[in-house]
Design a protein around this ligand. Sequence first.
Ligand code: BES
Ligand code: MN
Ligand code: ZN
Length: 490
Amino acid sequence: MSATPFNLSLPARGTTVQLQFATSVPSDPGAALIPVSAGVDGVELPVTALGATGLLETLEAVGATGKQGEVTRVVRDGRLVVAFGLGDSDDIDEEAVRRATGALARSLTGIERATITTEFGVRPIVEGLLLGGYTFAGVKARPEKDQPTTRIDVVGDDSAREAFDRAVIVAESTLLTRDLVNTPSNVLYPDSYATVISEVAAHSGLEVEVFDEAYLADKGFGGILSVGQGSARPPRLVHLSWHPAHATTTVALVGKGITFDTGGISLKPADKMWDMISDMGGSAAIVGAISAAARLEVPLRIDAWLPLAENMPSGSATRPGDVITHYGGITSEVLNTDAEGRLVLADAIARACEDTPDYLIDTATLTGAQMVALGSRTAGVMGTEEFRDRVAETGREVGEASWAMQLLEEHEEQLKSPVADIRNIGDSRNGGMQYAGLYLSRFVAENTQWAHIDVAGPAWNSGSPWGYTPRRATGAPVRTIVETLSALAE
Ligand code: BES
Ligand code: MN
Ligand code: ZN
C-alpha cells in the first residue's frame, strides 16, 4: 500500500495508484485510460490511435463532454474504458494533462489493473497520477480501509524510460514533502523532525549534520534561539549536503522550519491556528528537493540549511521589543514575535552565505501578505532580479504558479530601528511580503544570485482537492526547485 520510497518514522501514507513502465501494451491490459477533450461539437478523442470505432459515440451517449477533470467509465467490447477529460481541445498543455490525470487517479476505485499510453508526454502523466493518487492516512485508532491500489502500466518506447524514472523521483520527493507537512506538530517537532531528515539523508545519499541548542548558543544563532526559546522543545539547525565529485557550481538551499507557529507572545487568534502545522513547509520542500537532486545525481554542489523551531508563548518566550543578535552579528529589534520566520531564516541564510554560494534559494510559508497580494495558489518570488525572474518562470513551467515581486524602496527606511540594526516588522501591512523579503536580503552575500519563494498560500490547501492537489499539504515548491537545480546543472 505504501508508495513511500523510504521507510520513515512518520504516519503512514497511502496511494491509489502504482505505476510501472512498459514498452508495449501488456496482453492483460486491464482498463484502458483514455484522454478525451472538449471540442466545439462536444467530446473529442485527441489521440486517434486509441480511437476504437464507436467509442466516441458511446461516450457522447453517456454524456461525456471532455471537460477538465471529468472521468467517464464505459464498457467497449467487454473491456472497461475510463475516459478522462483534458478540457478545451485547443488548450492542451502539460499542466492540463497533469491536472486531468490527477483527477483520474482519484477516480479509479475498484479497478485493479489499467493501461495508459503517453502521447502527451511521460512526465505530466506520471506526475499527475502519483501526485493525484496521494492520500495521507493520519493517526487513527481504526485506520480507514485502504482503497486497493490500481496497478497502471505506463506505455512508452524505450527512450521514454529515463523520463519515467525521473518523473517518479520528482513526484516521490513531492510526496515526501507532503508527508512531512501533513504530520501533526506533536509528532513532528524540531528534534523528531531532525531525526526524520537524517533518515531521508541516509536513504538518498546525503550527508547530514544536526546542531542542537547548545551548539547554536555557542555559535551565536540568536534568531533561531530567540524563536525557539518559548518552547519546551528546543530548536535545531540541520545541514544537508550533496557534494558530487567535479561539481563546480555551488547552490545553497534554505527553508523555514517552524514546526508550529502560535505567533508566540504576539499570539495568533485561535480560529484556523491549526493550519500552522504547515509552517515548516519551506524546510520540507528543501528536504524533498535536495533528496531528489541526490537521487537524480544532479552535478551541483548543494548545501541545505534548515532552521527548525517551535514558536510558542511562555515565560521564557521572546518579548516584543527584545533585541536579538543574528548569526554573523546583525542585531534585530523583535517588535512582533509572530514575524518569526524571517528571524530563523536570517541566521540560516547568513550561515549558508559564509560559503559564498553561486546561487541561493530560500523558501518559506513566510507571510499572510503573500496571499493578500497573489492569492492562495501563486507563490511570490523575490531576490536578485535575473535569478528571481528565472525561478518564477520555472515555477510556471512545472505547474507551480509563481510570480516575481519587487522589493520596495519605501521599506528601506522602515527597516531601521532606534535600538538595533534592523527591526522585524514594517509600519503597515502594505507590501508585507516584500518587507519580509527585504529583511532577508540583508543576510544574503553580495555576489550570490538569490531567489526567495514565499509559499504561505501554495504550500497548504485548506479547501477541497483539485487536479493533482489534495487537501492539506501540496508539496509546493519542490518541483520548482528541482527544475531550477536541473537547469543550473546544464
Ligand atoms: N507563518 C506565518 C505566515 C502564514 C500565515 C503562513 C498564514 C501561512 C498562512 C508567519 O510567521 C506570520 O505569522 N507572519 C505574520 C507577519 C506579520 C506579523 C508581520 C503575518 O503574515 O501576519
Ligand atoms: Mn508567525
Ligand atoms: Zn510562521
